[in-house]
Design a protein around this ligand. Structure first.
Ligand SMILES: [Zn+2]
Length: 334
């Protein structure tokens, strides 16, 4: 089968990668579309810890081809169902039964990131317990956003946000946009802040106020009860420390791979709370899409055939591109 693999030599399109076989309790999925996210780019070019080798990719929508059931009882899924899959996979002996536990299980593997082939391939195997059915009214081009949208929803799982709170999202890339949409959908007072102003148009269409970092740093210091930090760099984190009010909260939504040194004095002096935030609830994300509380139809997506992967990843490196998607199964059979 066709797959995009990654090794110390970099990412490579492999036309002859061996087909996976589903273990008991797993489903074999035909991948329809897969999204390229910043983490994939970091993994591909060896900037991500761990030095992953295998098939890249973790954001996708697929279709069930084979169900290898452990016991002959209804698993709630049928062949042909359109599904998305949580990315943290635990071994069968694990007692981790929900997404929170799976995300922190010490024995976990992670699709396309840790010890497990990912989804930039025609087929992938995942445990049936990781699957979520995609409601019929969500097209594949929108369903492919479920994983990052779930990550955006995770903030609501972790932090109690009062109706009167003022929120800022700092760093408006792919994830920052989705976080703004989720917070807005929940009726929160959210301002989007970024250096260059990329993607401000899609936010303004949804009445989400936008500010350049230079403007915000001039007149919005200590204005926000909660700042969601999505830049992943020391400058962004330092700005967050200044934008947040005393006793406020900063949610860290990126892995800060490049951040070597920062001064945490402000955390102590302002008595701040820092919250690290990662994978989120898929069911909540799918409900938001299905009920159209979050609408992604008009989001600019660049769709490339998987065989054009080199062009797709170059495109994903450009700041003005909101989302690059790989088409892995031709549209006619979606
Ligand atoms: Zn991702």
């Amino acid at each position: 089968m066709i797959a995009v693999t990654c090794s110390p030599a970099g990412p490579k399109l492999d036309l002859n990668y061996s087909m996976p076989t589903p273990a008991p309790g797993e489903a074999l999925l035909r991948v329809l579309l897969a999204g390229i996210c910043s983490t994939d780019v970091e993994v591909a070019f060896r900037k991500y810890k761990g030095g992953f080798t295998g098939v890249l990719g973790h954001e996708f929508v697929g279709r069930i081809d084979v169900l290898n059931l452990k016991r002959k009882k209804d698993c709630g899924f049928s062949i042909g169902d359109r599904v998305v899959s949580e990315i943290n996979i635990v071994p069968s002996f694990s007692k981790s039964t929900n997404y929170h536990q799976r995300a922190q299980d010490p024995d976990r593997s992670v699709l396309g990131l840790i010890k497990r082939d990912g989804v930039f391939a025609e087929y992938v195997c995942v445990p049936i317990e990781n699957l979520h059915k995609v409601p019929d009214n969500i097209p594949p081009e929108v369903a492919v956003f479920t994983e990052p949208l779930a990550a955006a929803c995770q903030i609501l799982e972790q932090v109690h946000i009062k109706p009167t709170d003022r929120l800022a999202v700092l760093g408006i890339g792919k994830l920052g946009v989705l976080i703004c949409f989720v917070l807005k959908a929940c009726g929160k007072d959210v301002t989007a802040i970024s250096k260059k102003g990329s993607h401000f148009d899609v936010l303004e269409l949804r009445d989400i106020p936008t500010r350049k970092v230079s403007e915000a740093m001039a007149d919005m210091k200590e204005s926000f009860d909660l700042v969601v930090e999505c830049t992943g760099n020391a400058e962004g984190f330092n700005n967050a420390l200044e934008l947040v009010k005393p006793y406020g909260t900063i949610v860290l939504k990126t892995t800060m791979a490049g951040m070597t040194q920062t001064n945490l004095t402000a955390v102590v002096v302002k008595e701040l709370t820092l919250v690290g935030s990662r994978c989120g609830p898929f069911d909540a994300a799918l409900r938001m899409l299905s009920t159209r509380q979050v609408v992604l139809d008009d989001i600019k997506k660049d769709i490339y055939d998987i065989t054009a992967f080199p062009s797709a990843i170059s495109r994903a490196l450009m700041a003005e591109t909101l989302k690059v998607i790989l088409r892995i199964t031709p549209t006619s059979s979606n």
